[in-house]
Design a protein around this ligand. Structure first.
Ligand SMILES: Nc1ncnc2c1ncn2[C@@H]1O[C@H](COP(=O)(O)OP(=O)(O)OP(=O)(O)O)[C@@H](O)[C@H]1O
Ligand SMILES: [Mg+2]
Length: 260
């Protein structure tokens, strides 16, 4: 096998990138896929959300970008088929280093030696369109865009799409828009469904059918260092991410395109 590399990207903060990275990764692993989650955001929320301390510069994705072999940096989680490369704030330094000497292929090159071991590699990225995110987009096969069901959701999306086009036109012609994931949907509000409708109209066929509801268990689980399915399997949040994983496997294996 060769891993499909998926990046969670949206330069807006707090849209559900990390929540989706952790819980989609865990849900795919629960479907018996071998999954690696690479925390590529200096905030390290995917790291702490899975119960790991933030590593120093020798042990996480900063070290990966400095030539340490991926193999040596991978940690096992309590989810049997989910592994992680953690990060700490040292990764922020990379933004300056890559700015001084732009290099977009480094992450892809660093992951290549372990691609045979995984079905999916998910990359969590920071809320910015800087060099770190550009490296993640260059490494990826598909970009997944979490978007909250709120009034300003579409704000900034044009900029992100333009960035994706530039990456496609340059360092990563194979990059695909894997899909938009509607997150934090309030049940029983007209606004939420109006926004969802608007996003589906604007991106026909590109929005996952599964929407992620606003669910307190999703917000609580990281403080217990667990994916939501290991914190409260029956919660709506856990079930939604399991559904998303099923849908994602359906559309991201080389089978027919989806309709919605
Ligand atoms: N569906 C949801 N229901 C309830 N809370 C959620 C949901 N999704 C995310 N949250 C909470 O909202 C906050 C922001 O989510 P998250 O950290 O996933 O966003 P992010 O895009 O990764 O943020 P950043 O841009 O800072 O990295 C977190 O406190 C998270 O626990
Ligand atoms: Mg995050």
């Amino acid at each position: 096998m060769t891993a499909k590399i998926l990046v969670l990207a949206n330069q807006k903060g707090g849209v559900g990138k990390t929540t989706t990275a952790i819980n989609l990764a865990a849900s795919l692993a629960m479907m018996e896929k071998m999954v690696l989650l690479v925390d590529f955001d200096p905030q390290g929320h995917s790291t702490t959300g899975l119960g790991f301390p933030k590593p120093d510069r020798r042990a996480g994705s900063y070290a990966l970008m400095k030539g340490a072999p991926a193999e040596a940096l991978i940690l096992s989680t309590e989810v049997p088929m989910l592994q992680v490369i953690p990060t700490g704030k040292d990764l922020a330094q990379l933004e300056f280093e890559l700015f001084e000497m732009p290099q977009l292929q480094e992450l892809r090159k660093a992951l290549e030696p372990v691609m045979e071991r995984f079905d999916y590699i998910l990359i969590d990225s920071p809320p910015a369109l800087g060099m770190i995110t550009l490296n993640a987009l260059t490494a990826a096969d598909e970009v997944l865009i979490p978007m909250p069901c709120e009034f300003f959701a579409l704000d900034g999306l044009a900029e992100l799409m333009e960035t994706i086009r530039r990456i496609q036109g340059g360092p990563n012609p194979a990059l695909k828009l894997g899909g938009i994931i509607l997150t934090m949907a309030e049940e029983r509000t007209n606004l939420g469904s109006a926004v969802a409708h608007e996003v589906r109209q604007a991106f026909p066929g590109k929005v996952f059918q599964t929407t992620i509801p606003r669910n307190i268990r999703l917000a609580e689980a990281p403080s217990h260092g667990k994916p939501v399915a290991f914190y409260d399997l029956r919660s709506k949040g856990a079930q939604a991410y399991l559904n998303l994983a099923r849908e994602a496997v359906g559309v991201m294996e080389p089978t027919p395109a989806r309709e919605n």
